[in-house]
Design a protein around this ligand. Structure first.
Ligand SMILES: [Zn+2]
Ligand SMILES: [Zn+2]
Length: 118
């Protein structure tokens, strides 16, 4: 394979953005691959940066979800014990039901996390 710019020169690798052959003179070394031009090098850097940023947001979401889940569980347990101790039986049932709703919300978010693989 030959360089896409210098047809007579043997390529040393492929541009990792447009997959054209690049010779030693044309190659922009990106550390993890080659680019055939400045614009390709820029595109590769931008897409790498975007990927890293997405990963950061993704990582943050992974941390906030269990916190919400733990709050739901804690609140649910508070409501259930409060409802069980409540002397007014109608209010007690209501509080226990509220607690169960919160606990099942936590359980559902746990199942959703498993399904989406977060
Ligand atoms: Zn290129
Ligand atoms: Zn070249």
């Amino acid at each position: 394979m030959h360089c896409s710019v210098h047809q007579e020169i043997e390529a040393v690798g492929l541009c990792c953005y447009c997959a054209k052959g690049v010779c030693r003179a044309c190659a922009h070394d990106l550390g993890c691959g080659l680019a055939c031009s400045d614009s390709c090098a820029t595109e590769v850097r931008i897409s790498k940066e975007a990927g890293r940023r997405a990963h950061r947001i993704y990582g943050l979401r992974g941390k906030t979800l269990p916190a919400v889940m733990l709050t739901n569980i804690a609140m649910g347990l508070v409501f259930v014990t409060w409802g069980a101790a409540e002397r007014d039986s109608r209010l007690g049932v209501f509080l226990v039901l509220m607690g169960l709703v919160l606990l099942s919300a936590a359980a559902i978010s746990r199942i959703n996390r498993k399904q989406t693989g977060i």
